[in-house]
Design a protein around this ligand. Structure first.
Ligand SMILES: O=C(O)c1ccccc1NCC(=O)[C@H](O)[C@H](O)COP(=O)(O)O
Length: 208
């Protein structure tokens, strides 16, 4: 079964809502540019409210190593998601402390898949060039380069997630903008429909 990450959690209420809907992971965005920015204090409270079976992913964009590690610790994150043009040394530095999702854009997928495949503690996540923008990717075109075990984001929602899963077979699907009533506030019906659609997607009928 494909697992689900619900990103852009900004309150205890929405953390519990996503967990009760069946989410496997919650994302907390600590990048100051985001409309879904959350404080480490609120993220910590939300993180502790969902129990140990739900992963908590701290999301960062071009932030200093020290800031990433301190924030992830303060917010009780279980993994860290890294966006931006970062050095291999930096990514490996974070991976020494937390499981890392290294986010790559479609144009860089083939090269980055080569760099990170087999590197312990680092998992590839494919996302649109503008994170949190709600724009879907061309899944068919990306299929030859999408590595087993990678995570998928970019314009996913209840209506298209099953098709994305059939084409790319990601380990985890991630979404935010199509699951909100307004940036940072979840739409309960959309969250539930997204988790249901992803968890029940059929893989057999799509040719590999
Ligand atoms: O969503 C944001 O505001 C954001 C800002 C800066 C860095 C990352 C951000 N989001 C990361 C995510 O994991 C989103 O869920 C992912 O980009 C998919 O977003 P969407 O296409 O809106 O579903």
């Amino acid at each position: 079964m494909t697992r689900v990450k619900i990103c852009g959690t900004t309150s205890v209420h929405d953390a519990v809502l996503s967990a009760e809907a069946g989410a496997d992971a919650l994302g907390f965005i600590f990048a100051p540019v985001s409309k879904r920015l959350v404080t480490p204090q609120v993220a910590r409270e939300a993180s502790l409210s969902v129990g140990p079976a739900v992963a908590r992913v701290g999301v960062f964009l071009n932030q200093g190593l020290d800031e990433v590690l301190r924030t992830a610790e303060a917010a009780r994150m279980s993994a860290v998601q890294l966006h931006g043009p970062l050095s291999r040394l930096y990514v490996e530095g974070v991976a020494a402390y937390y499981p890392v999702l290294r986010v790559v854009r479609p144009a860089d997928l083939a090269v980055e898949a080569g760099v990170w495949t087999g590197v312990s503690g680092v998992t590839l996540m494919l996302d649109a060039p503008e994170p949190g923008g709600g724009v879907p990717l061309d899944w068919e075109a990306l299929r030859p380069h999408f590595p087993p075990g990678a995570w998928l984001a970019g314009g996913l929602g209840p209506a298209n997630v099953a098709q994305a899963i059939r084409v790319l077979r990601p380990a985890v699907v991630d979404a935010v903008s199509r699951l909100e009533v307004t940036p940072g506030v979840k739409d309960p019906a959309a969250v539930r429909a997204f988790v249901r659609a992803a968890h029940s997607a059929e893989l057999e009928s799509y040719p590999q």
